[in-house]
Ligand binder design. Structure first.
Ligand code: GKR
Ligand code: MG
Length: 427
């Protein structure tokens, strides 16, 4: 085999894991004690391994496990080959040039993103280059992340699988300022996002005001995850728009049409989303309604790192801002977000990450270190991270034993408040 012919893929492993997650509140309820993910390993015949991290719910695992054996024999540089296999397996149409479906294609794009990252990691390892160099090189040395604040309970209900976290209860504006102070002191974040949709908007605006008072000059955002009606959003818009309180307002309402209505009275404040525009096929209608001005990209469901760059390019075409969304995740995902983030010229907002809330890790060397609110791509070839096999085994055991197979924040909340109603809009 010539040195120009890379060793083909010989094995693909998808390992479901569960890691500790604090009782963080959101519009849907409260986080369960365990968050689920999948760890993807793609190994070539000559023993190189590329890594990916994705969702760990049953549907995603079924898709990944259906695709995995079909990748054996594929050249790790053949990303179009990967795309054909994924398209044929999830959605049943291998035509990679077909127009993106207007209804979206989250399952297909999520499966593609999971394996694309692992193949790019492999490619970069074969070339002995950091992954971002395969994406065109870095336009900045590091990616800025924001302090992602949550209301939270002090402890999970009826659970003694591990000791409670040390953040305590956060249910008041004063407690929220305390949470922000600890997070900013520890990580140096230069902007703040408040997960809303938990209390009535007026109460959450009191928390924003307290944060503004404690951290003057730091950009603020709130994300009620579609928990407000259009009328509620109209009522609170003057307070949100006053004195430039917000950098952007994320997903006040839960449909594209409602966001389009809100945009008409948003008083110039950008609306952001990771809920109503989550696929390329959603973009035409988004533009027609002028429903959002900032899209939170996410390589996990937009189709990978190259798709994230393509989304960013569309942002430049249509004048949409680009930020980055996050769910509970570990270091492989953070490394991937950071590698693509340094290559995107118009990534002008600090990105979301849940990472500070996670104490477990699956990569060698433990947690990646966000400093000065920023993270540079981990050094070394590929993503710059390797698997800690002992941790992978431990987190896989958690998965086998925890009993959770699909995230259900509402069910978890009913353990605390039996009458909890997760219908939206909540307010
Ligand atoms: O984990 O509670 C959470 C978040 O609300 C998450 O589910 C969202 O996907 O963080 C996300 C967001 O920005 O909407
Ligand atoms: Mg959001």
């Amino acid at each position: 085999m010539s040195s120009l012919t890379p060793s083909p893929i010989a094995a693909v492993r998808v390992t479901p894991i569960a890691f500790r997650d604090p009782p963080l509140l959101n519009v849907a309820g409260v986080h369960e004690p365990w968050a689920l993910r999948s760890i993807i390993e793609v190994e070539t015949r000559d023993g190189r391994i590329g890594l990916g991290e994705s969702y760990g719910d049953l549907k995603t695992l079924a898709d990944l496990n259906q695709i995995a054996p079909q990748l054996v024999g594929l050249d790790p540089f053949d990303l179009n080959g990967l795309t054909r296999i994924v398209y044929a397996s999830v959605g049943g149409n291998p035509d990679t040039g077909a127009t993106f479906p207007a209804a979206g294609d989250k399952a297909r794009a999520s499966a593609l993103g999971a394996f694309e990252v692992a193949l790019l990691d492999l490619q970069a390892r074969i070339l002995d280059r950091p992954l971002y160099q395969l994406l065109g090189g870095a336009v900045r040395p590091a990616v800025a992340y924001s302090a992602y604040l949550f209301y939270k309970f002090a402890r999970h209900k009826d659970f003694d699988g591990y000791p409670p976290d040390d953040w305590g209860e956060v249910l008041t504006p004063e407690q929220m300022v305390g949470e922000a102070r600890r997070m900013i002191n520890t990580y140096g974040f230069g902007s703040i996002k408040l997960k809303g949709g938990v209390f009535a908007p007026e109460e959450e605006i009191r928390a924003l005001d307290a944060l503004r008072g404690a951290f003057p000059g730091l950009p603020l955002r709130i994300d009620p995850n579609g928990g407000w009606s259009v009328e509620t959003t109209r009522r609170v818009m003057p307070a949100l728009a006053a004195n430039g309180l917000l950098e952007y307002l994320e997903d006040p309402c839960s449909t594209l049409q409602e966001m389009g209505e809100v945009a008409k009275f948003a008083q110039g404040m950008p609306l952001a989303t990771n809920m109503v525009t989550i696929a390329f096929g959603h973009i035409p209608e988004t533009l027609r309604l002028n429903a959002v001005q900032v899209i939170l990209s996410d390589h996990h469901y937009w189709g990978g790192l190259r798709a994230t760059q393509q989304l960013a390019a569309l942002g430049r075409v249509f004048g949409l801002g680009i930020s980055m969304h996050s769910n509970s995740h570990l270091g492989i995902s953070l490394a991937a977000m950071t590698h693509v983030g340094v290559t995107i010229p118009n990534l002008r907002y600090a990105c979301d990450t849940h990472y500070p809330w996670q104490v477990d890790e699956v990569i060698t060397g433990g947690k990646l270190k966000i400093e000065g609110g920023q993270l540079a791509p981990p050094p070394g070839p590929g993503l710059g991270v390797t698997l800690d096999r002992a941790q992978l085994a431990r987190l896989h055991c958690n998965y086998l034993e925890c009993g959770i197979r699909v995230r259900d924040d509402a069910k978890e909340m009913r353990k605390h408040r039996p009458d909890f109603d997760d219908r939206r809009p909540r307010f």
